[in-house]
Design a protein around this ligand. Sequence first.
Ligand code: ATP
Ligand code: MG
Length: 404
Amino acid sequence: MTKQITLPEDVNALLQTLNDGGYEAYIVGGCVRDSILGRIPQDWDITTSALPEQTKALFSHTFDTGIQHGTITIVLNKTNYEITTYRIDGDYADGRHPDEVSFTSNLEEDLLRRDFTMNAIAYHPAEGFRDPFGGQEDISRSLIRGVGEPAKRFQEDALRMLRCVRFAAQLGFQVDDATYTALQENAALIEKISVERIHEELDKLWKSPFPEKLSLLLSSGLLPHIDGLLDKRLTALGETLVPQLKAAPVSAPLRWTLVLQSFTEAEAKTFCKKLKFDNATAKQIQTYLRHLSQPIPQTPYEVRKLAGILGVELTENLFILQEILQDKAAVQTAREILAKVLADGDCLNLKMLEMDGKALMDAGIPAGKAVGETLGLLLEDVLHEPEHNKREYLLEKALKLQQK
Ligand code: ATP
Ligand code: MG
């Protein structure tokens, strides 16, 4: 088992400052778990016996980010560190948040409020690990186990159930039997959790290295309480989704498009609205779904037209999705054409057209609808014949079209 954790200098300095002030302080939670696993922690959280005001008095730059829960943020060398006072969470009447939190001077009481044994380990460079629930042992067995009585813990905060599935997928861990049974029995409680939190956890699940843990989402009974249609479609897709997710880059729009692959564009729009996706991601998913229902472009004209509509980046992403879901050979052809079209600098859209509305009007085409229509026809011509993208040719053609 890991004997010690190498802390960044700044984290050591923070612990030292708190200790010098006469308080206990440990690193805790995700950073301890990830360090034991040999993974690079995303952030370093500190738990301390100092009350928030006492912590603030020790540091010059602090923010009250979550002071009602005892959390102070310290900025050191442009990095944020969260320092939280040892805390006991009160009753959870709403299944989401404790009604009240109270502070304690006992580290083990703080560890007791945490969700899983692997997340309830504290560490101090001079003292080593404080691990009252066997978190290190569980990590060594790749096991997610609730702290205390899992059913009670899920009833307190239903988000923990989805965190459980997400951690399984991020770490490739198994879920302990009793914890899994409690999850199944309490799955319906996920309805109490805000869509934003659900979205965030699902996002992490799809982007995780072990998307096969999607099986936990399906077998636990959580999904019907998140979204009925998603449950139906994912159940129908079953295991086929897993290698598809693994083949895609770790990108929210791409991975979500795979998850929503059997949704119509309209269904995806409704779903994204319900789960409060940001507009850009929702739009991208809908765009990919729309184009996935159309043939893969196989001629230079079709490729130019597509790249003109989507832009190069989204076209390349669409090719990735088509390669995963549809026809590898056809995508290979499309990619080769795109490479040539780009290398040749072919005109793809109105911006690249050697003609504009003002020049057309100067040449006598009446302002209004005719200008836009003419530009559209000229672009169509150039998409077929890139060498037609010359001012004289286009002007002549515009005037001819005008005479018709
Ligand atoms: P990540 O790598 O996703 O940040 P993490 O374990 O650090 O994982 P955070 O959400 O950053 O997760 O929370 C930090 C710590 O706070 C957790 O390790 C856990 O000890 C505790 N914690 C977070 N959310 C909950 C919760 N819903 N219930 C109980 N404890 C929680
Ligand atoms: Mg964290």
